[in-house]
Design a protein around this ligand. Structure first.
Ligand code: PDD
Length: 283
């Protein structure tokens, strides 16, 4: 069955989907994106993802390509045309097509592209049951990582370095503290059971999964503290996990050459993942 993509008003075979060579996304990474999860036809945290899409666009003075409701319809259409009840939906909006010039052209029509790929929650659960290892990398990204920009070269370099040594993610370090990972937010749990994650700022992407995980932690009566933390604190942590739309709540069992806790997924992390799934299903 052929994959279908959405490109600027049309549903087209994935292999034939294309945008112009002077799309500013291609030349300047002048665009933003979202990745949303849908499981058995139910969207997880969709309101949050669409709100962040709007925020990223506003920060770059790019117009929403269509109303939020229309975006929801297109997302559902493209998912259904691909016959995928469970999927990751990729939405990309760029400033549009114009002769190359650094200055933002006025009145451009934004380009909107959507693709979907299958998502298997059982496979994700199996991965979470084992946990993943991560490596540390310097955070060399730009100073506005709160904008979900398509300019992901530094993220891609860090994740590639991780994959070269068989690790699942790269833990990014800037000015002596952990910011986040190449495509997920990072959390540790200290010896007193306190969950610690970097606060919202221009240094991290404020994850939608991170927000829901915070709400789940509150329901479980866990303490969450939002502050920068160091690699030494990571080494001393009893548990560690990552959050993102694609990994949900993913236990980390090792960083570089050292183990986190006893080197297996921690009990609080497991409870949080289960609570997250239950909450998403109940919405
Ligand atoms: N990544 N930090 C970064 C740098 C990210 O790219 C992501 C998301 C997150 C987590 O955000 P959320 O919980 O809203 O997914 C944090 C997506 C999944 C991606 O690039 O594929």
């Amino acid at each position: 069955m052929s994959r279908i993509a959405y490109v600027n008003g049309q549903y087209v075979p994935h292999a034939l989907a294309q945008v112009h060579i002077e799309d500013r996304g291609y030349q300047f990474a002048d665009g933003v994106y979202e990745v949303c999860l849908v499981v058995d036809g139910k969207y997880w945290d969709l309101d949050g993802h669409l709100a962040r899409l709007k925020r990223s666009l506003d920060e770059l003075q790019i117009a929403m390509p269509m109303s939020e409701n229309a975006l929801r319809v297109v997302m559902d259409n493209v998912r259904k045309r691909n016959h995928l009840p469970s999927a990751m939906i990729y939405i990309q909006v760029t400033r549009g097509v114009a002769p190359r010039n650094h200055i933002f052209p006025v009145g451009l029509k934004p380009s909107l592209v959507m693709t979907v790929k299958p998502f298997d929650l059982d496979q994700s659960d199996a991965k979470a049951a084992k946990g993943i290892r991560v490596i540390t990398q310097p955070d060399i990204r730009w100073g506005r990582t709160d904008i979900k920009s398509t300019g992901l070269l530094a993220n891609a370099m860090a994740k590639h370095a991780a994959s070269e040594v068989g690790a699942g993610e790269a833990l990014l370090i800037r000015d002596g503290h952990i910011t986040e990972c190449s495509s997920s937010n990072a959390w540790i749990i200290d010896k007193d059971g306190v969950l610690i994650t970097h606060p919202k700022s221009h240094e991290i992407l404020s994850g939608i999964t991170r927000e829901t995980a915070k709400a789940c932690a509150q329901e479980l009566q866990l303490n969450v503290v939002e502050r920068p933390f160091t690699l030494d604190e990571v080494k001393a942590a009893s548990e560690m996990f990552l959050t993102s739309a694609s990994s949900v709540v993913m236990p980390v069992i090792g960083v570089d050459s050292f183990k986190i806790g006893d080197g297996t997924p921690g009990p609080i992390t497991k409870r949080l993942r289960e609570s997250y799934k239950a909450r998403a299903r109940a919405l």
